[in-house]
Design a protein around this ligand. Structure first.
Ligand code: APR
Ligand code: PHB
Length: 394
């Protein structure tokens, strides 16, 4: 069968937020890209993901020219709450950092990026399979894949591995060249979407004797809630009534009093893990976002960390492609890893502070209560949390 050949400057594997944002920023600077995506656009857009954007992420989306709807429909939040049973502590981002976060679903960010890439006329091949990266450690990397029943070859100058945790890019880097770090948490988050008024106008991260819960939202008529569940639980184990009962047991009683409940329109369980693979580069292959790192959703860092990788890599690739200056791509992994590890720490610390761990002793519970009390009584503690939550500088 004839192999059809394509060529581009930067080949991007993965049509999620990382790949789309990188492609959009490169295209706007005149760098040609092709995106190879394993699934359909509909499947990508059907994924339910977190919805808190750091201020730096909003700035990057503005630079990419995809922030108009975000500014129309997104909700700036000046703070959020942490609770321990009925103790409630507000973290005033605006007062402590001068910044805010924006609540706007990742699905909407991805939708806006697809729309912008369509206007750009970028080649995005969906439902590709058998993607193989060849000669990544040479000056002439090539990607072979199957698309529309044909074997195709994409020649390129550089490859961005934006294909998530289960993608092919990270695994292309020889094990001997990589180092992995991981913490798998012994619980998951059972999440629901419901067409109800959110429990509170700001997010509430709740630690309680009944476990962790999070009260979030997508808009004033669409609530997003999570409760901690054992990893052995299945979605079918949880009726809506059982979910609301557990959520009410975790949230402060003053909040529960005025809550609206309703049927779930989406229900799923997500496992929690912290994972990092170093380095982010092998030859002309660069890892971005979930392909290189996974954070527990506690700190809302997943998408935001992918965006900071894109911030560092897009500049580096523009210099390399247009000026032959490799200083940026040579520095990419080190620069991005510094911010990745700091976000990894914050996400791990919040997860540890807010969740009950199987088999923990009474001392652990006291440590969580003491951490919450310190947060309640210390401006410094609240400022530390706030500056990490709104996003550390790129
Ligand atoms: N070939 C082509 N595409 C692939 C392959 C492959 N072999 N493997 C995976 N993909 C695609 C997936 O279908 C997905 O659309 O790569 C994309 C990766 O997207 P994400 O997993 O969303 O990762 P990323 O773009 O880095 O975004 C990170 O997404 O998962 C959330 O919590 C995460 O918010 C964070 C954000
Ligand atoms: C969400 O709204 O889905 C959400 C918000 C904050 C988090 C995690 C998830 O930390």
């Amino acid at each position: 069968m004839e192999t059809l050949s394509l060529k581009t400057q930067v080949a991007i594997i993965g049509g999620g937020p990382s790949g789309l944002l990188l492609s959009q920023l490169l295209n706007r600077s005149g760098v040609d890209t092709v995106i190879l995506e394993r699934t359909s656009r509909e499947r990508v857009l059907a994924r339910i993901r977190a919805g808190v954007l750091e201020s730096g992420t909003v700035t990057m989306l503005e630079e990419a020219g995809v922030a108009d709807r975000l500014h129309r429909e997104g909700h700036p939040h000046e703070g959020c709450w942490f609770s321990d049973d009925d103790l409630m502590v507000r973290i005033n981002f605006a007062e402590l950092t001068g910044k805010t976060v924006t609540v706007y679903g990742q699905t909407e960010v991805t939708r806006d990026l697809y729309a912008a890439q369509d206007v750009m006329g970028t080649t995005i091949l969906h439902e590709v399979s058998d993607v193989v990266i060849n000669n990544a450690d040479s000056a002439t990397p090539k990607i072979t894949f199957t698309h529309d029943g044909n074997t195709k070859q994409l020649s390129c100058d550089y490859i961005a591995g934006c294909d998530g945790f289960h993608g092919v890019s990270r695994r292309t880097i020889p094990d001997a060249k990589r180092k992995e770090f991981e913490r798998v948490y012994p619980f998951g988050w059972l999440g629901i979407l419901s067409r109800t008024r959110p429990a509170h106008e700001e997010l509430i991260y709740a630690n309680s004797s009944s476990g962790f819960a999070l009260a979030s939202m997508r808009n004033e008529n669409l609530s997003r809630y999570y409760v901690q569940v054992p990893l052995t639980d299945k979605v079918e184990d949880w009726s809506d009534d059982a979910f609301w009962t557990r959520l009410f047991a975790c949230l402060p009683s003053d909040v529960v009093k005025t809550m609206e409940t309703g049927p779930s329109i989406e229900k799923s369980i997500a496992p929690l893990r912290s994972f990092v693979s170093e380095p982010l580069r092998w030859g002309r292959l660069f890892l971005v976002g979930d392909a290189a790192h996974i954070v527990p959703p506690t700190g809302a860092k997943g998408l935001n960390l992918a965006v900071s990788d894109v911030f560092y890599l897009h500049q580096a690739l523009i210099y390399a492609v247009q000026k032959g200056d490799d200083s940026g791509i040579d520095a990419y992994s080190g620069r991005a890893m510094t911010r990745i590890w700091k976000s990894m720490r914050f996400s791990w610390q919040l997860t540890t502070m807010l969740h009950q761990f199987d088999g923990e002793d009474s001392f652990a519970g006291q440590m969580r209560k003491a951490a919450m009390l310190h947060l309640a009584q210390s401006d410094t503690a609240r400022k530390d949390l706030a500056e990490n939550y709104v996003g550390l500088p790129f």
